[in-house]
Design a protein around this ligand. Structure first.
Ligand code: FE2
Length: 374
């Protein structure tokens, strides 16, 4: 793969933060052993590597999981004074780190901190038996961070400190890439984080959904989508908007205790297969009312997928100028109503399912009401 050191950003300026992709996403959880089992047996990831007391890491247990080009890590602390344990006490299980793969960690750290990013980890070389990696980190919203990782001089399975796991195969569900990762921030803070991604990270704004676009009878939110210079990394930022009842974003903030990652969208090339697999393994998805499907054909036109299967599984469809997309949203995947997953298949469309927002958010409100949080 050849990637230029400096690529052009959409506005023609030099991209001062060339990002090769999302290296991995690390969750801090209460019980990494059981979380890894969920990602393996339900979502179909392979457990590829482990770090913990048996590998010389004294304070935590981590499992690295992979499916296609997605790498997730689940980490738990082993002592009550561990920052991981305190993080879980405050927020429940959640995303700590959206780690970005970069060519030059030192430059990524220098350029972003010079532009105002708060440093979390100065550029550091981490030695392992299979080489070294260079790593640094900056703070983003809430207690979330972006690590910058370069693994050009590393030949091990995942990272130094991890041992390869050989018997951790999952049965794949067809998800293979991270389409986008959404952050929820407080009322009035969306534009601050949009400015952060623009000014500090060199991203540009792809779309803006106003609270008029994302409004039901009861609640609303606003969203702006930021993307990096290559368009490969997309981070929508949501904030709650005032409505008659509580925004789903506010419910997230109340239970997470601060801004944080709301959902990860996983790409598949066969959403019918993926959703069938996930449902049979126990993932629960949000359901829109049957009326959604009565008007679907008129709204969307012909699609390649079997409409009966789409309706049976509760998959949503949206069309834009360039094609259409299919998507579905899981219920939260931990006890608190915080992080969930989106499964998405793109057939040309590059949007985010704008045409589904209203039906979708009404379905979310039904769930909020069940929890007594609407
Ligand atoms: Fe999404």
């Amino acid at each position: 793969m050849t990637v230029p050191t400096t690529s052009s950003s959409p506005n023609g300026a030099e991209d001062f933060l060339p990002i090769l992709g999302i290296d991995h996403v690390e969750f801090w959880v209460g019980n990494a052993f059981q979380a890894a089992h969920f990602y393996q047996s339900v979502l179909g990831f392979d457990v590829i590597a482990y770090a913990g007391p048996e590998t010389g890491v004294r304070d935590r247990a981590s499992y690295a999981l992979r499916q296609g080009e997605i790498t997730l890590v689940v980490t738990a602390g082993l002592h009550p004074d561990s920052p991981i344990v305190r993080h879980v006490a405050a927020h429940g299980d959640g995303v700590r780190d959206i780690a970005l793969s970069v060519e030059n960690v030192d430059r990524a750290f220098a350029e972003t901190t010079r532009r105002g990013a708060q440093p979390v980890l100065e550029p550091t070389t981490i030695e392992g038996q299979k080489g070294t990696i260079r790593r640094a980190a900056i703070a983003i919203y809430g207690e979330t961070i972006h690590s910058f990782v370069n693994r050009d001089d590393y030949h091990g399975t995942f990272l130094p400190g991890y041992h390869r796991v050989l018997n951790g195969r999952g049965t794949p569900t067809g998800v293979y890439s991270l389409d986008h990762i959404v952050g929820n921030v407080e009322l009035g803070q969306m534009d601050r984080w949009v400015a952060f991604y623009r000014d500090v990270m060199g991203f540009s704004q792809l779309v803006h959904f106003s609270d008029e676009a994302i409004r039901t009878e009861y609640s609303a939110l606003m969203s702006k989508v930021m993307q990096n210079g290559t368009g490969r990394v997309k981070f929508p930022i949501n904030e709650p908007a005032p409505g008659k009842k509580k925004s789903q974003i506010q419910e997230f903030l109340d239970f997470y205790g601060c801004p944080g990652v709301q959902h990860l969208a996983l790409l598949t090339d066969d959403i019918v297969h993926t959703v069938r697999q996930l449902r049979s393994r126990g993932i629960e998805f949000l359901r829109v009312p049957p009326a959604y499907y009565q008007s679907l054909h008129a709204r969307i036109g012909p699609i390649s997928e079997d409409l009966e299967a789409i309706q049976e599984l509760g998959i949503l469809v949206d069309r834009d100028d360039e094609g259409y997309l299919l998507q579905i949203f899981s219920k939260p995947v931990q006890d608190r109503p915080t992080v969930f997953y989106e499964i998405i298949q793109r057939r040309g469309a590059r949007g985010f399912g704008e045409g589904n927002f209203k039906a979708l958010f009404e379905a979310i409100e039904l769930e909020q009401a069940k929890r007594g949080n609407l």
